[in-house]
Design a protein around this ligand. Structure first.
Ligand SMILES: [Zn+2]
Length: 56
């Protein structure tokens, strides 16, 4: 399940427009936890039109 860290929207499945980002922790030399944005918040946060973006 994904939960938007901005507005707490949730989705049971990966839907177009959702973005999941991994934050890299240089001290641990590993990826930290993933953060997800719903389509509305990803547009607001990243300031570009929602595109179908397979988890990148
Ligand atoms: Zn949101």
């Amino acid at each position: 399940m994904l939960r938007c860290i901005e507005c707490d929207a949730e989705t049971d499945r990966f839907e177009p427009g959702w973005r999941t980002l991994l934050s890299f922790d240089p001290e641990q030399d590993s990826f930290d936890e993933a953060v997800s944005y719903c389509p509305e918040c990803s547009v607001r946060e990243f300031d570009f039109p929602s595109r179908v973006s397979p988890r990148d």
